[in-house]
Design a protein around this ligand. Structure first.
Ligand SMILES: Cc1cc2nc3c(=O)[nH]c(=O)nc-3n(C[C@H](O)[C@H](O)[C@H](O)COP(=O)(O)OP(=O)(O)OC[C@H]3O[C@@H](n4cnc5c(N)ncnc54)[C@H](O)[C@@H]3O)c2cc1C
Length: 382
């Protein structure tokens, strides 16, 4: 099933991404997941194929399009590539670049955005700190002004693509306490004092790298600040809306893949002299999976369409709802998929075993399930 908003343009993007993933990811994806790394050249290959530029204006090196195009692109990459870790790894520009596209100067866009979209440079977003991620307004990484530089000291953790990023769009404290003292600064790899302190091992998303980063008196030009000093909090919150919808879309794609695998398995596997699909219990499991996927897809698609309409103040709450609904759906569907696969569902050689682990990220990353409910409560006004 496609999203209701899809046009011929979306169909063309699906075809391009399907072909790219089948050619460049599918054969090696499982191996990369086990190795906890995909080849770094894949960023360049994806950029050359126009994949990285989907959803970005042509003026900054993109292919045009919007979030709706990103959703379908990502879905095809997951369905045809069958390696969620690889897809989220090559996709971190989706959270690192939008603030620069929206609030950066043309010079900053030329320095940071275009090389990622066209040449496969690697970007990451650094918000979360070892001391906490949910309470963004309390972040502690400090940037002190010294002439035309900031001197930055602190740490970030759980940063996707962090071990290999050419730069990190980093949230830092330039002012006083609370949300009004935060700025976004691009910290480039190779800046003295910037180091990857640890590559982290995770439950799922194995092929993507996740890092802890340390900044020790890093001198970063003021020219790397995105938007006004101390004005980053609204930019970060705006960025979360796109990220949460993209994560909801990933949940829909992962669940769709687990569902398809389950149908195939249930048709092929016999028990008590008939295929698993011969049991009403199995058919109903599959029917419940299909229904929940359809519901999450419908909500995600509707909220995406609303988000693309300017100035809809309810979108932050709706995006949080879509993320929670899609997250719960994905956890349910992947759990059912493992169950339908029986013992094979628990084996590392089976795709749904990996998808089950991948699914566990979604109630945590991009804002937890509980924080989504806080956002919803706020926008609903209670
Ligand atoms: C694989 C992975 C990739 C990630 N990639 C990135 C990345 O690229 N960039 C980045 O910046 N971050 C990234 N993150 C971090 C992610 O966004 C945070 O883990 C998340 O926001 C939660 O922050 P925390 O882990 O510090 O949990 P905490 O904030 O410590 O929360 C712990 C628990 O307390 C609950 N809690 C906290 N506050 C409240 C409250 N007010 N009400 C109710 N419950 C509450 C939470 O819901 C959670 O259950 C990634 C995380 C993972 C696991």
């Amino acid at each position: 099933m496609a999203y209701l908003f899809e046009s011929e343009e979306h169909a063309a993007i699906r075809a391009t991404c399907r072909k790219f993933a089948a050619t460049h990811i599918a054969a090696k994806g499982a191996e990369w997941e086990e190795a906890e790394e995909f080849p770094v050249e894949l960023y360049k290959t994806a950029a050359a194929a126009g994949i990285q530029g989907i959803g970005y204006p042509e003026a900054v090196g993109g292919q045009g399009g919007d979030l709706s195009h990103v959703l379908v692109a990502c879905e095809e990459l997951i369905l045809a590539g069958r390696s969620v870790g690889t897809v989220v790894g090559i996709g971190t520009h989706g959270i690192a670049l939008p603030p620069i596209v929206r609030f950066g100067t043309p010079e900053q866009q030329a320095r940071f955005v275009t090389p990622c979209l066209r040449d496969g440079k690697i970007s990451a977003l650094g918000i979360t700190e070892p001391g906490g991620g949910s309470d963004v307004a309390s972040l502690a990484t400090r940037a002190t002004r010294d002439g035309d530089h900031y001197v930055i000291t602190g740490a970030k953790t759980f940063i996707t693509s962090g071990t290999r990023a050419d730069f990190v769009t980093t949230a830092v404290r330039t002012g006083g306490e609370g949300h009004a003292g935060i700025s976004l600064i691009v910290i480039e790899r190779g800046t003295p004092g910037f180091e990857v302190s640890k590559k982290l091992k995770k439950t799922g998303w194995w092929a993507s790298d996740t890092a802890e980063l340390r900044f020790e008196a890093c001198r970063v030009p003021v020219a790397n600040r995105i938007g006004p000093e101390n004005g980053a909090f609204p930019m970060i919150m705006m960025n979360f809306v796109g990220e949460r919808l993209a994560l909801a879309g990933q949940c829909v794609a992962i669940a769709e893949l687990a569902y398809r695998e389950s149908i195939q398995y249930a048709r092929d596997r016999n028990a008590f002299g008939k295929p698993l699909t011969g049991f009403q219990v199995t058919r109903h499991k599959l029917a419940d999976m299909a229904s929940r996927i359809a519901a999450a897809r419908a909500l995600t698609g509707e909220v995406c369409a609303r988000a693309l309409k300017a100035n809809d103040p309810s979108v932050a709450g709706l995006a949080a709802m879509a993320k929670n609904v899609a997250t719960d759906m994905c956890s349910f569907v992947c759990d059912q998929a493992v169950q339908i696969h029986g013992g094979y569902g628990y084996m590392r050689e089976t795709l749904v075993e990996r998808l089950y682990r991948d699914a566990r990220l979604y109630p945590i990353g991009g804002g937890t399930r509980e924080i989504m409910n806080e956002v919803i409560a706020k926008t609903e006004g209670y």
